[in-house]
Design a protein around this ligand. Structure first.
Ligand code: SF4
Length: 81
């Protein structure tokens, strides 16, 4: 089903993203690569909870968001009603 977006999401929170300063390579690693470095950066990020909420709300499937890997976000979705 095609859903037309009528509003542009507010992404201004990303201006405080620590990953914007480090580059995205850590956050979208090749399959099987470690996400440890990305998680370390996320742990220090001031907008971690906002980032995670955004990823869950928008069903972001790839990369590390809010300190959680793809598998961890999937597990969280399955356990959260
Ligand atoms: S929590 Fe991690 S992925 Fe999200 S904005 Fe911060 S550094 Fe980037």
């Amino acid at each position: 089903m095609y859903i037309e977006m009528t509003e542009t999401p507010d992404l201004s929170w990303q201006e405080e993203a620590l990953c914007a300063q480090t580059g995205g390579d850590f956050f979208f690693p090749e399959p099987g690569s470690s996400v440890r470095d990305a998680k370390r950066i996320c742990a220090l990020c001031p907008i971690r909870s906002i980032c995670l909420e955004f990823a869950l709300s928008n069903d972001e499937r790839f990369g590390v968001w809010g300190g959680l890997s793809e598998k961890e976000r999937l597990a969280l979705r399955r356990t959260t009603p």
